[in-house]
Structures are given as C-alpha cells and as structure tokens.
Design a protein around this ligand. Structure first.
Ligand SMILES: Nc1ncnc2c1ncn2[C@@H]1O[C@H](COP(=O)(O)OP(=O)(O)OP(=O)(O)O)[C@@H](O)[C@H]1O
Ligand SMILES: [Mg+2]
Length: 265
C-alpha cells in the first residue's frame, strides 16, 4: 500500500480560485520526490493536503489507511511533518529549545525520549549553539533550520520540505542534501518542493512537475529534461550539463559530468 495516495484531487480556495484541477498521485514508502513548477502553479497547495492542513474540495487523499478528511492536522502530523515555505509562519515559541520540544510533547513522547531527540536533532541540523536563543534574534537562514529541526523532532515517517533551499548559501544547501540523504537511509519518505533543479537532482530521481494545478510530468529527471515542449510550458530550464548534452544532440540528457563524459565517448 502506498504511503500517500491522491485520487482526483481538486481544491478551490474560498476566494474562488481553483488551485488544484485533478491530481492523481502515488508516493511509496522511502521515496524521495522533488515537486517542481512555476510560482503559483499549486505546489504548496498540493503538499498542504498531505498533512491535512488543507482538505480536498473533491477527491481523496490517503496517508496509509487514513483518509485525511477524517483526521485533524495534529493527528496526521504524527506521520507527516511539514516544514513551511516561510519559517515565520511556522515558529511561534520564544526560544529555539521550546520550539523543538513543542511537537514531541504534543504527541506525548516521554520526557527522556524528548530530551534525547532534541539533542540529536540539534546536532544533526547544526543549531546546538542557538538552542537557548530567543527566536526573534535569529536571521531567516537560522529560522529555516529551526523550522526543519522542530519538524524532525516529531520523528515522522514522511517529511515535506517546502522550498528549504531558498535562503540557504552553498554550505546550507550542502547540509540540506546531506540531511535528506540521511533521512532516506532511515527509510523515511521525503517530498521536497524546489525551484532549483540542480539541487533537486542531488536529492531525488523522481520529479513531479506541476503546472496550472495539474501534474504535467511525473518521471525521472532524465526523462523530464528531454521533454522540451513541457519544459517550456512549465517555464523550467534544465541545469547546464543536461542542457549542453541536449544541444549536442545526445540521445538522453546527461545528469552530471561523469554521465556527460560517458555519453560523449
Ligand atoms: N490562501 C490563499 N487564498 C487564495 N488563493 C491562494 C491562497 N494561497 C495560494 N493561493 C493561490 O493558489 C494558487 C497556487 O498557489 P500555491 O501557493 O499552491 O503555488 P506554489 O506553486 O506553491 O507557488 P510558489 O512557487 O510561489 O510557492 C496561486 O494562484 C495562488 O495565488
Ligand atoms: Mg509554494
């Protein structure tokens, strides 16, 4: 049974704007999926359905055996952690430590387990030194890491990262790649929204391209980069190496330098 199953999902905001226009999707346990697409195409709206922050206007979303329409976000968040696109909308406690403790306390982890997990996650995300800082003193970059850490302390099976790399510098992005691969080794499912296809390539081999509230493509990156018309429609430009391969007439777009060299021979 897939971990996430989306059937004929449509969603209309109260304003009347129809943001999702019929989405069918399966995501299995342990997969790493990159969700890409233009601004306003519906990426955030889609993933907010995975943890019950939004409920379908029509259609169904299943997390394992649970239909999200019958569960609260608090109940679903034991299984699905969601790191907001903007950490300002997520963080609400005074200190970093309080923020990290809030989730696991809420789902009634034992005191020992909470202590243990906060310690572990603070190290993993490199925020140990700011654990007792007031969140108002943090910069956006640090807040993004606190938002990630405070979701990880819930130890959910599925993690959604909504544009986690936007304000990260080179080292921050490297750290993110390491973190995601670490989670995948623990057989977690990771869903990452991003505009950065280079970054997406390093964390996922399944790209889902959203365009105008629908899934335009759901394939491996190699297959995606070969789809010229669809890429234009979704306003996506492949990274330089695949682009060079395509312009040289390679049969398939190369994904990295090694790939390029092999295909060039
Ligand atoms: N709270 C809301 N009320 C009304 N319309 C909304 C709301 N949130 C988003 N929308 C609209 O729904 C559509 C999809 O928005 P969504 O945020 O899901 O896109 P996105 O793909 O995540 O974009 P971005 O890359 O900019 O984050 C857009 O037209 C957006 O303006
Ligand atoms: Mg978004």
């Amino acid at each position: 049974m897939p971990k996430i199953l989306v059937e004929k999902l449509e969603f209309t905001y109260p304003s009347g704007l129809k943001a999702l226009k019929g989405i069918d999707l399966k995501i299995e346990n342990g997969e790493s999926v990159a969700v890409i697409g233009e601004n306003g195409s519906g990426k955030t709206t889609l993933v907010k359905h995975f943890n019950g922050l939004l409920k379908p206007s029509s259609g169904q979303v299943w997390i394992g055996k649970k239909n999200t329409k019958n569960y609260t976000t608090a109940e679903i968040s034991k299984t699905v952690g969601y790191v907001f696109q903007n950490p300002e909308n997520q963080l609400f406690k005074e200190t970093v430590r309080e923020e990290l403790i809030f989730g696991p306390e809420n789902i009634r982890f034992s005191e020992d387990k909470i202590k243990d997990i906060v310690e572990k996650i603070a190290h993993l995300t490199d925020i140990y030194d700011i654990l007792d800082s007031n969140q108002r003193e943090l910069n956006f970059f640090q807040k993004q890491w606190v938002a990630i850490a405070s979701t990880l302390t819930m130890d959910s099976k599925i993690l959604i990262l909504d544009e986690p790399n936007t304000s990260q510098d080179f080292l921050g992005v490297e750290k993110l790649i390491k973190l995601i691969n670490n989670l995948l080794m623990k057989n977690k499912t990771v869903i990452t929204i991003t505009h950065d296809l280079d970054f997406a390539l390093k964390i996922s081999n399944r790209f889902i391209v959203i365009s105008d509230g629908k899934i335009l493509l759901d394939r491996s990156p190699r297959n995606i980069f070969a789809k010229k018309q669809e890429l234009i429609k979704a306003n996506l430009i492949p990274p330089p190496i695949p682009r060079l391969g395509i312009s040289l007439g390679f049969k398939y777009p190369p994904l990295n330098i090694d790939d390029f060299i092999n295909m060039y021979k």
